[in-house]
Design a binder for this molecule. Structure first.
Ligand SMILES: CCCCCCCCCCCCCCCCC(=O)SCCNC(=O)CCNC(=O)[C@H](O)C(C)(C)COP(=O)(O)OP(=O)(O)OC[C@H]1O[C@@H](n2cnc3c(N)ncnc32)[C@H](O)[C@@H]1OP(=O)(O)O
Ligand SMILES: CCCCCCCC/C=C\CCCCCCCC(=O)OC[C@@H](O)COP(=O)(O)O
Length: 271
């Protein structure tokens, strides 16, 4: 009799685990909670090691985030490592699909590299604090003039402190199965600092992560590092063509590694 009583109790978790909607919410909540918890561990380590906001803290963050992919059933296949083996500062640009991008970013993140992010991220609890400690440059997207001056300062800091910066030129998350037109900030940054641009492309998440359908399965993501694009000698007049050139190569790579064939009627870079 007792055993029969237990049966429904055992069935409930079993049913939940087989429900893809439940798995979706569970994995999402777990991801946020785990990252918040990792940040709690990382904060005192970073403060003890470097005393405060310091790009070297990115090493601690990178180390602590590397295992999270296994917990979510994700794998990264990285190609083009050789393009990152370069001395000195550069600007990395990549497409941006979701906060899960942080996992791929930490797979390939070179030393002395931090990111440009929206200022709202600083309010994300312990994750916000760790972003600040990691030297992330925060911009106000509502105030373009402020964002531009912060990025102009960043160009100088890059050279002075030999820092690399990772920018998401789409300026927001996007899962439409194509790239959004690029904003210009990343290209002004590279031209102002006269440093190369290294494009990195994440393949589409749509084969394992569908926000609308509430699906979050296991999956493999291709991460392709592309050859650098030089900016030596370029001026602000060249920013639009630099952006168009980067967009074209990243879009065709995105479609290729996502298993799609390029179409000619996609959006072109913003002017
Ligand atoms: C251990 C625990 C761990 C736990 C957690 C770990 C976390 C680890 C960290 C992970 C962090 C990941 C961070 C991810 C966050 C990602 C984001 O937040 S993405 C959103 C924010 N990012 C961006 O927006 C970057 C890209 N945007 C830009 O670069 C924009 O250009 C802009 C500077 C914000 C300006 O935007 P806007 O006005 O909308 O755009 P444009 O059309 O590009 O520009 C208008 C106009 O101005 C000219 N211009 C732009 N920039 C400059 C400049 N720097 N200097 C001079 N002029 C500039 C541009 O050319 C346009 O003029 P034109 O005449 O039309 O050409
Ligand atoms: C107490 C506050 C709770 C806040 C919880 C948020 C914590 C997030 C926790 C875990 C995720 C860790 C990775 C964080 C970095 C993700 C950055 C990100 O992807 O930001 C989105 C931004 O690029 C574009 O924003 P929009 O698409 O324009 O919007």
């Amino acid at each position: 009799m007792d055993a029969l009583w237990m049966l429904p109790l055992l069935l409930v978790p079993l049913l939940l685990l087989t429900s893809s909607t439940f798995v979706f919410y569970f994995k999402k909540c777990f991801y946020v909670a785990w990252m918040m918890m990792l940040a709690v561990i990382a904060i005192p380590i970073c403060i003890l090691k470097s005393g405060g906001r310091d790009i070297e803290n990115m090493r601690v963050i990178r180390f602590l985030v590397r295992h999270v992919k296994y917990l979510l059933g994700l794998r990264f296949e990285v190609s083009g490592w050789e393009h990152l083996q370069m001395d000195g500062p550069y600007v990395i640009i990549s497409n941006h699909q979701s906060s899960l991008d942080v996992l791929g970013l930490m797979e390939v993140l070179p030393d002395r590299c931090t990111m440009i992010a929206k200022k709202e991220l600083i309010y994300a609890g312990t994750v916000g604090i760790i972003c600040w400690l990691g030297g992330i440059v925060f911009i106000n997207r509502q105030k373009t003039s402020d964002a531009k001056s912060v990025m102009a300062d960043a160009a100088k800091t890059m050279l002075k402190e030999q820092i690399r910066l990772w920018v998401f030129p789409e300026g927001t998350r996007n899962q439409k199965g194509d790239l959004l037109p690029f904003k210009k900030g990343a290209f002004h940054l590279a031209v102002q600092a006269q440093v190369p641009i290294i494009p990195i492309v994440f393949s589409s998440y749509s084969n394992f992560y569908l926000r609308k359908e509430r699906e979050f399965k296991s999956g493999t993501i291709s991460l392709k590092v592309l050859p650098k694009i030089e900016t030596k000698g370029l001026t602000s007049d060249d920013v639009s063509s630099l952006s168009d050139q980067s967009y074209a190569i990243m879009r065709s790579t995105f479609l290729e590694i996502s298993g799609r064939t390029p179409q000619s009627n996609g959006p072109s870079s913003a002017h």
